[in-house]
Design a protein around this ligand. Structure first.
Ligand code: PNS
Length: 165
């Protein structure tokens, strides 16, 4: 039986850190579905469809990776896609509380939902989408953090967004 993993996130926008985690997951599972979900605590800059399109470009060479979006509860999506695991990247200690809480809540809601944490390499350990947005907001260079194939699109879009005020 094919083993599917769900890689959920806000991806606002996808970073080199996300790409690394997706690539690692793609090496571990038969099928990986990267899904853009709504985090009620965040106010995204990129629309869901923009984020899906950017992830598509970044994952183009990963044959077993699919990209999708979901609304509602993650575990409902996990169930619908008959996935065996939820994959999340765990960076510095700062992620731990939040991710642990989510993993336990998801397990409570769906006891079969297994959350698997993958560790990024040290250069991506402190990388986050919010850092990328902040660097762009103050006119900095985001090229060390955003995959090259989407860099221009992301940088232009962020510049446009922040010049709107
Ligand atoms: O990249 P993020 O912001 O950590 O991603 C969070 C996301 C979208 C995966 C999470 O907020 C989510 O699963 N949202 C859907 C609602 C849900 O199922 N929450 C978990 C139970 S509290």
């Amino acid at each position: 039986m094919e083993r599917t993993a769900i890689c959920p996130g806000s991806f606002d926008p996808i970073t080199m850190g996300h790409e690394e985690i997706i690539r690692r997951a793609a090496g571990l599972f038969d099928h990986v579905i990267v899904v853009v979900g709504a985090n009620p605590d965040k106010n995204p800059i990129f629309s869901v469809d923009e984020r899906v399109a950017l992830i598509h470009e970044v994952c183009r060479d990963m044959a077993n990776v699919e990209v999708d979006k979901f609304s509602g509860l993650l575990i409902d999506y996990v169930q619908e896609r008959k996935a065996v695991a939820i994959v999340k990247g765990l960076r510095a200690v700062s992620d731990f509380d939040y991710e642990f809480q989510m993993a336990l809540a998801n397990r409570k809601l769906m006891p079969d939902a297994e959350t698997v944490f993958l560790t990024p390499s040290s250069q991506n350990m402190y990388l986050s989408s919010s850092m990328v947005r902040q660097i762009a907001r103050f006119g900095g260079d985001v090229s060390p953090f955003v995959p090259a194939c989407i860099l221009e699109k992301v940088a232009n879009r962020l510049r446009e967004r922040f010049s709107e005020g």
